[in-house]
Design a protein around this ligand. Structure first.
Ligand code: B1M
Length: 218
């Protein structure tokens, strides 16, 4: 694994440089890096570092915005490649995804969606700032097997609890499974709100959804 390219991917996020991030993502593919490795071992450490700096007030909101833009530019390059490499197969199940109300963080949720799609699930991504009612309406409309809610803020995690409650009221539980994830979310929280599972990261979320739907875990 060429350490320099991973370091430069990370640096492009820290510098909030979307064009450089996209160019480096292309370079990483040319060098034979797996797109997921480029994300998880290059760009995400940059996001984690800028997040920590923001927490310590060493950088400010515009820096966070710029880092997010850089990561999104890189994802635009890597996403089609991940989809292309996903094996074509019959649909394993339907998953409705979104980030809960009041929360506009989308990068982790997008990654979960991309990997689920690449692994044979049909994904309906409602985007960010999604009301529980919207999740329920979409789940009914597409006859979802799983609804997944992302939350990145401690203040918006409660939206995941609301989602479980709304699905129960709509009579969709326990048939429709609920998974939750996001940086502040824990397994304990996931269990406490009555969801069916905690997705720690995008890769384990695929395993989780497969296990919940009793499809073969690969
Ligand atoms: Co924000 N932000 N942010 N931010 N931001 C965090 C989350 C924060 C931890 C930074 C910090 O202070 N250290 C902090 C939250 C503190 C807290 O509540 N615990 C924070 C804050 C405070 C804020 C604002 C309130 C700042 C302000 O305005 N003063 C504001 C809130 C806006 C809002 O939502 N209402 C805000 C805004 C933003 C930007 C818009 C600038 C930008 C988002 C851009 C975008 O998404 N388009 C942003 C960013 C980039 C971050 C950090 C730096 C990075 C998040 C990210 O994309 N990580 C973040 C710090 C951090 O998390 N390290 C931070 C990369 C991504 C791949 O990882 O999202 O964790 P992650 O997803 C992982 C797993 O969590 C999991 O799988 C993913 C892939 O492995 N996962 C799931 C996620 N969702 C899942 C769902 C699942 C399963 C697994 O099933 C459904």
């Amino acid at each position: 694994m060429p350490a320099e390219i991973l370091e430069s991917l990370k640096q492009s996020v820290l510098d909030g440089a979307p064009e450089r991030a996209a160019a480096l993502a292309r370079r990483a593919l040319e060098l034979g890096l797996e797109p997921l490795d480029a994300i998880q071992r290059g760009f995400v450490p940059g996001m984690d570092q800028i997040g920590e700096q923001f927490g310590r007030r060493e950088v400010f909101l515009p820096d966070l915005v710029a880092a997010g833009e850089a990561m999104k530019a890189a994802m635009k390059v890597l996403e089609p490649e991940m989809r292309r490499r996903g094996v074509e197969r019959q649909t394993l199940g339907r998953v409705v995804l979104g980030t809960v109300r009041g929360d506009i963080h989308e990068i982790g949720k997008n990654l979960v969606g991309i990997l689920l799609a690449a692994n044979g699930f049909e994904v309906f991504d409602l985007g960010v700032n999604v009301d529980p009612e919207q999740f329920v309406a979409k789940a009914l409309q597409v006859e979802a097997d799983v609804v997944g809610a992302s939350a990145l803020l401690t203040t918006t995690m409660v939206g995941q609890r609301h989602l479980v409650e709304h699905l129960e009221r709509a009579g969709l539980r326990p048939r429709v499974k609920v998974i939750v994830g996001g940086a502040p979310v824990t397994r304990q929280w996931a269990e406490g709100i009555g969801s069916d599972g905690y997705g720690q990261d995008a890769v384990s979320s695929v395993t989780l959804v497969k296990a919940l739907l009793n499809t073969s875990v690969t």
